[in-house]
Each structure stands twice: as C-alpha cells, then as structure tokens.
Design a protein around this ligand. Structure first.
Ligand code: MN
Ligand code: MN
Length: 470
C-alpha cells in the first residue's frame, strides 16, 4: 500500500483508537520540557548521593521540608487549612502534610527510605592474615556477589559507655578512606565457580577489610586489631564493646551518575526507593491549597517486610493521624480519616532488560522511558502479598494521568510464578483506603548501581504532584 492510500485507510484511524500502544515518554514530552527533565534529575542525583542510609535520607528530607516552610508538629499549636508540617519518628520514618480545604481526608503517597545494605554484626572486628576485618550481616534482598570488589563507605550511630552519641560517616568524602570485600581471584576459583549463584559469595563471607598496619609492640597479641580500636577510640571515643550497641551500615562508596552518551539514564545506589522518596517529597513541597490534606509518608524497613516500629506495618500512620486530628481540632477517629483517604504506594518496579527478557511477559512489563508505571498489583504467585487495587481506583488514576498529559505505562513484576516482590501498598490499604503502586521502573534493582530513566523520574513527579491536588 502506498503512503497516501494508507492515510486514507479508515482502519488505520480505527487502529489508532482501538489499540493500546505506549511510545517513549521522551517523545511525548515537548523538546522544551527536556531541560526541566534534566534539571530535575540533576537535583535528584545530589539527594540520592547524600541519602544512602535511612537516617541520612530522613535528615535530608527534613532539610528540604524546613527550607520549604514545613514545621515540626512538636512546635505547632494548631493546624488549619494551608498549614505545612511534619512528624519525624525515631529518625527513621517521617510523615509530612499540607493541610487542605477538606481536612478530614488525605491524598497520601507512601514510599520507603531504606535500601539493601551491609550492617555490622554485634561483635564484628577481628584480625587475620595481616588484615583487620569486620563481619557484616546483609540487610534486605541482595545478590551477595554484587558486594565484593565494590568500594564501600560507612555510616551510622554508636554510643560510648557513658552514653554519648557518636555519629560515624567515613568514606563519603573524596579524600576519605574506603572499605572493601575482595573476591577470590579467578585463577583459584574453580571450586567457587561450580557453586550455585546464591552461594558464590555466602553471608559469612561478607567480611569487610578495615585495616592493615600493626602496632610495634611485641607484648600485644592482636597488633592490627589494636591499631584499629585505638584509631576508633582516638577519633570517636569508642571501645570494642560499643559495636554491640551501635547501628553501623556499609553502602557503596559511589556518587550517582549519568548513564549513556546522551545522559538519559541515572545510575546510583538506593534508587529503590529513594527515587520515589525524592519525587513525592518535591511534589509535596510544590503543593499549594490542595482540596484534601496532602500527606507524604516515608517509611522504613520495607526491604525486610515493613516490620518493626518504623515499618509501614506499624501504627505510625495512625499515630500521625491522631496527632494531626488533635492539632486540627477535628472530631473524628484516625481510622476514619485513613479509611476515606486515597493513596499511592510510590515504589519502583522492574524494567524490561533486553539481555534478560525471558523473565518478563513482554506485553505486561514496564519499559525504561515510557513514563511512570501504574501497577494494579505486585506480590507473587496467585496474587499473594498485594492489595490488588480496585478497577474503580485504577480509573481514578488513569483520569489524573490523562487529564494532566502525564506519560504512564503499566506492567507486572515478572512472569507468573517466576518470582515477585511486595511493597507497602498492602499495609496502607489495611485501613480501607484505596491504594495502588506507581513509580518508575528500574534496571538492576537491589544492585549496588540501579538504573532509571530521567523521563520516568519526571513523569512520576508529575503524577504525584497532580494526585496531591485531586
Ligand atoms: Mn521498593
Ligand atoms: Mn526493594
């Protein structure tokens, strides 16, 4: 058929109307938008590089909120329409809000501030083969072999015996020393390479090199361990026993970077889920006079099942709502507000990887650069561990995206029965609120350098912003 004939073919027009087809968001966005996409990603990369642990992430959220005029609710006597506040809990979870016209209903976006990492064991330090090493215990779902030969930095908090708080940050500055777990050389790895993937590096092999120079004193037995303990005592006032009462976390010592000749992608550690933390946080700070109270919830412990007092399974959302009701002078129970609210579980999903395409159904997976991914359900198997959003609510979300010309796509987390993954959606929906997962898709999720598309990051930000004012 010639081009002209094709144009006049009525079925071509009908095809356009009937078929579900998603083009690249890069072409959906006008060229004039591209500068905004890159500027937004530039600031996001800075945030990501400086927010490598849950505590650091919360600290940086507070900085951004304070700068935007949000007040700690401990310093608020009341809350009225248009007021901006936040509640931080144990330095690991935070809920921020902009009070709306209708104060007894939320538009709530929840994300998580924790990412897979290497924590230290209670008694980690030992000396062997002219080295001092630290035994670690991995946190969250990792492929352990990713963490060898990768320079690491250390963040955390410890206490001296007398009770002084000691913050530790070593390796995040260019001039700082780093830490490393060396892998076995290929020359001697014949037996190792026969092992199944999950055992190529085992949990007990994640031992981090932290020192090398011995003390010159023949009366001391563990001379390298001695120099390390003395160093920690000189610089931070700590003794070996203090490790057992500390939270010390090793994360990749690498700043977020642009990927590709055209710089269209972001590479960085902890994008699951700090990409949603940043995009929803910025959306909240840009929200003025919302119809309903806009709430951004930043939870902890998602990577280990959302348990504990700072995880989304806790009562932290209820407790926040209780405090908010008191300040707002409302006559309603917290459960009732949460029940009538609408929510997005802002979390990442998998992107189609052309090299490992067999794990996904090509027509039910998200693709990098096709916009924010709205997923009805996650979980695994026969839709276990998911809230499975209602069709009515999916329509509500589509309407927001279409009305605001926000590029969106949809997908599933892998082929059926091949695996899966949960989010905090099921914990938020327990209260009765509608909730659906929406966020950018990621390549190399849970690795030391995850990859996202700048167009998807921007699309997610636009969706969250539009949702807050609905
Ligand atoms: Mn996540
Ligand atoms: Mn995750």
């Amino acid at each position: 058929m010639t081009e002209k004939k094709e144009k006049n073919n009525p079925n071509k027009k009908l095809e356009e109307k009937l078929f579900y087809k998603k083009e690249s968001a890069w072409t959906d966005f006008a060229d004039s938008e591209h500068k905004k996409i890159f500027d937004f990603a530039f600031n996001y990369k800075t945030f990501l590089s400086e927010s490598k642990t849950e505590r650091l992430c919360i600290e940086n959220i507070i900085k951004i909120l304070e700068k935007a005029g949000f007040k700690n609710i401990e310093n608020l006597k009341s809350v009225k329409k248009g007021d901006k506040g936040y509640k931080v809990f144990k330095g690991k979870t935070l809920t921020a809000f902009v009070a709306g016209e209708k104060m007894d209903e939320f538009r709530l976006i929840g994300s998580h501030v924790d990412s897979p990492r290497l924590d230290l064991k209670p008694s980690p330090l030992y000396q062997n083969s002219e080295l001092a090493l630290l035994k670690s215990h991995y946190y969250g779902g990792i492929k352990k072999f990713h963490w060898v030969n990768t320079p690491l930095e250390l963040h955390g908090v410890a206490f001296t015996k007398s009770g002084k708080t000691v913050e530790i940050h070593i390796g995040d500055k260019e001039s700082d020393p780093k830490f490393i777990i060396p892998d076995l050389l290929p020359h001697l790895a014949k037996e190792q390479m026969k092992k199944e993937g999950s055992k190529i590096i085992e949990g007990e092999e994640l031992n981090i090199i932290c020192g090398h120079i011995p003390l010159r004193d023949k009366d001391i037995k563990e001379k390298i361990k001695f120099t390390i303990l003395k160093h920690l005592n000189d610089t931070h006032g700590l003794i070996e026993e203090d490790f057992a009462f500390a939270e010390l976390e090793f994360v990749p010592a690498q700043k977020s970077i642009d990927i590709g000749f055209d710089r269209g992608l972001v590479g960085g550690y902890g994008q699951d889920d700090r990409v949603c933390v940043y995009t929803s946080l910025m959306a909240l700070t840009e929200t003025k006079n919302p119809k309903h109270t806009a709430v951004a919830y930043f939870s902890d412990k998602e990577e280990t099942g959302s348990n504990g007092d700072t995880g989304a399974e806790s009562f932290s959302l209820v407790n926040f709502t209780f405090d908010y009701i008191k300040l707002a002078g409302l006559d309603i129970l917290p459960w009732k507000i949460l029940e009538r609210s609408k929510a997005i579980s802002a979390d990442v999903t998998t992107a189609m990887d052309p090299t490992f395409s067999s794990v996904n159904d090509p027509q039910n997976v998200s693709y990098l650069g096709k916009g924010v991914s709205i997923e009805k359900y996650g979980g695994g198997g026969g839709k276990y561990s998911t809230n499975d959003a209602h069709a009515e609510y999916m329509q509500f979300l589509r309407n927001i995206a279409d009305k605001n010309s926000i590029p969106w796509q949809t997908g599933e987390m892998g082929k059926i029965d091949i695996g899966g993954g949960g989010t905090i959606a099921m914990f938020m929906s327990r209260f009765g609120m509608d909730c659906v997962d929406a966020g950018p898709c990621v390549l190399g999720m849970h690795s030391t350098c995850e990859v996202t598309s700048k167009a998807d990051i921007y699309s997610a930000h636009l969706l969250y912003k539009a949702f807050f004012t609905e």
